[in-house]
Write a protein of this length. Structure first.
Length: 337
C-alpha cells in the first residue's frame, strides 16, 4: 500500500487523507495517475481501511508533517488540507483551535514561503443557523458577521477570516489558494465517523435491518415532519471540484461546495429505501431539546461565485448519488472506495 516518494516526481500532499473526503480525493488522484501522493493522517479507529486499496502513496504521521515538507522543498506542488477536528460536539476548544486554526496558519505560511498551492476544507457550519443566508462572501467584513453555533464552526470561520485579513493586507500568500465550504457531504469511507456519519448511512442501517427510518419531527410551523431541508452533496462532486481547482491554477478564493439545491430529509430517506428495493418506512421522533433551539431547518449553498470563476460541472442529483452510494458501496461486502 505504501511506497516511498520517487525522486523527480512532483508531489501532492493530502492532510486528513485517510479521512472521509480526503481518502476519496486520494483514490481519485491515484485513478488519474497523478504525481506522487503523500497522505498525512493517523490511521486509528478504522481509517486504515479507507486507504487500504491505495498502491502508490506515502504515509506521514501528523507530528512529522513539517519535517517532511521541509525535506521535500521544490518537490511539493500542492497541499490539500482536509485534516481537522470535524466533530461538532468536540468539547476541547484548545485542541480545536490548535488543529483547525493554528495548524492551517502554519501551512499557509509554509506554502507562501515555498511557492506551494493550498486548497483547504472550510465548512458550511460557519453559517450558523443560516439566518444570514449562505453567501460565500470571502471579505473580512462578511466573515466577521457570521455566527457559527459550535466551536468547530467558529474555528473554521476564524481561519477563513484570518486568510481574508492576510490577503486584504497584501501579506505573502500561496501562488494559488482556495477554501471550500463543504455542505452535507455523503458517500463511501465515512464509516469511522461514528455519530457524525451522514443521514444516508444512518438510514441505510435502519432500512437494511427492516426497520423504520428515524427522522426528527419539525418544531417549526413552516416545515412539515421530514420536510426540513439540507444541501446534500455527493462526495464525488467535492472531489471533482478539488481536481478542477488543481487544473485551474489561477482560481483563488473562498467557495461554497454544495449543489445549490436543498432537499428534504424525507426525500433522502425514501431514496435509500427505494435503492434497496423497499417501500419507504419513516417514523418521526421529537428533536432533542438540547439541540432544538440550534437546529437548522434549511441550508442551501449559494454557488454563483463558483460558477463565475468558470466551474460549469453539474452536481449529482440526490436520487443518483444516494442510489450509487447504497448499491455500489453500502450494500456490498466491501463498502470501501
Amino acid at each position: 500500500m505504501l511506497s516511498p516518494v520517487q525522486k523527480g516526481r512532483q508531489m501532492l500532499v493530502v492532510t486528513g487523507g485517510a479521512g472521509f473526503i480526503g481518502s476519496n480525493l486520494v483514490a481519485a488522484l491515484e485513478e488519474l495517475g497523478s504525481d506522487a501522493v503523500a497522505v498525512c493522517d493517523g490511521i486509528a479507529d478504522g481509517k486504515d481501511l479507507n486507504i487500504a486499496k491505495r498502491r502508490d502513496i506515502s504515509l506521514i504521521a501528523p507530528a512529522e508533517l513539517f519535517d517532511f515538507l521541509d525535506g521535500q522543498q521544490g518537490v511539493v506542488d500542492t497541499i490539500f488540507h482536509m485534516g481537522a477536528i470535524s466533530s461538532t460536539t468536540e468539547p476541547d476548544i484548545d485542541l480545536i483551535n490548535r488543529t483547525n486554526v493554528e495548524l492551517p496558519l502554519r501551512l499557509w505560511d509554509w506554502c507562501a514561503e515555498h511557492g506551494v498551492r493550498l486548497i483547504y476544507a472550510s465548512s458550511a457550519a460557519t453559517y450558523g443557523d443560516g439566518s444570514g443566508g449562505f453567501d460565500d462572501d470571502g471579505t473580512v467584513e462578511a466573515l466577521s458577521r457570521l455566527e457559527p453555533l459550535n466551536p468547530y464552526g467558529r474555528s473554521k470561520n476564524e481561519f477563513d477570516r484570518r486568510v481574508a485579513m492576510m490577503v486584504a493586507a497584501g501579506k505573502p500568500k500561496p501562488p494559488q489558494w482556495a477554501g471550500l465550504k463543504f455542505f452535507n457531504v455523503y458517500g463511501p469511507n465515512e464509516y469511522h465517523k461514528a455519530g457524525q456519519t451522514s443521514v444516508v448511512y444512518q438510514v441505510f442501517g435502519q432500512a437494511n435491518a427492516g426497520k423504520s427510518a428515524q427522522l426528527f419531527k419539525s418544531h417549526h410551523p413552516d416545515y412539515s415532519d421530514g420536510g426540513q431541508l439540507r444541501d446534500f452533496i455527493w462526495v464525488g462532486d467535492c472531489v471533482d471540484l478539488m481536481l478542477w481547482l488543481l487544473d485551474n491554477k489561477s482560481v483563488n478564493g473562498l467557495f461554497n461546495c454544495g449543489t445549490g439545491k436543498a432537499r428534504s430529509f424525507s426525500d433522502l430517506a425514501s431514496t435509500v429505501y427505494r435503492a434497496l428495493g423497499f417501500e419507504p418506512k419513516i417514523d418521526y421522533v421529537p428533536t432533542p431539546e438540547s439541540i432544538r433551539d440550534k437546529y437548522q431547518y434549511f441550508t442551501q449553498a449559494e454557488i454563483s461565485r463558483l460558477r463565475a470563476v468558470g466551474y460549469e460541472r453539474r452536481f449529482t442529483e440526490l436520487e443518483d448519488g444516494v442510489t450509487t452510494y447504497v448499491q455500489r458501496y453500502l450494500d456490498q461486502l466491501d463498502p470501501y472506495r
